[in-house]
Design a protein around this ligand. Sequence first.
Ligand code: T5A
Length: 207
Amino acid sequence: MLHGKFITLEGGEGVGKTTNLTFIKTYLEAHDISVVVTREPGGTPLAENLRQLLLDPASEAISEHAELLMIFAARAQHLKHVIEPALARGDWVLSDRFTDATYAYQGGGRNMRASTITALENLVQGTLRPDLTLLLDAPIEIGMARARSRSTADRFEAEKMSFFENVRRAYLLQAELFPERIKIIKANQALVDVQNEIISSLSTFLR
Ligand code: T5A
């Protein structure tokens, strides 16, 4: 039995996921909720090693299937060693990205079939899905400019703008398919306004 709630934060490059993670944790803790903050790809030593390989622009050309399987291999470790034990304890889990990112990047960006991703999702996750997903959405130029002002491009950030347009479209499609779970937050506004929208979604969820 999983007693905690599973919240994921999603969106394209530089939309403010990492910035808002601490804010959400603090908000939940103020409501007496114990929160485990984590991220994908990553969250365990093995999964963080896979993350490094996936993001390193110096990695050999990674085939689309290899990329997809590395992401789900990292996710399988993350679920078994971090997410499921935390939820079983009754903690809430707050993850910077999860499987919606796979539908967006590998599905939208790399044009892989949704049915292939769904098959791996069912294999690795069983019936586990996030309880709430906050999708930070902004025009891609805004997110890319923010991401580039902060660090050099990783293997994904080095993709063409059309890749990120497809990623954004695929995220918005996920939100259309799962309107009860995925709440869109407008990320192209001042941080305080972004955070007010986040609070509004969280307080509805808590009720
Ligand atoms: N990936 C991941 C897949 O392909 N498939 C998968 O299944 C998964 C799980 C992971 C990469 O892996 C890929 C997708 C990714 O390319 P990542 O580091 O998790 O990489 O993702 P990034 O999007 O690259 O993370 P970033 O840190 O670049 O973006 P964030 O976290 O969205 O943005 P953040 O919070 O760091 O903010 C960026 C800058 O903008 C400022 C911040 O201060 C910061 O400087 N900022 C704002 N400025 C003005 N107004 C606001 N409202 C602002 N909000 C933030």
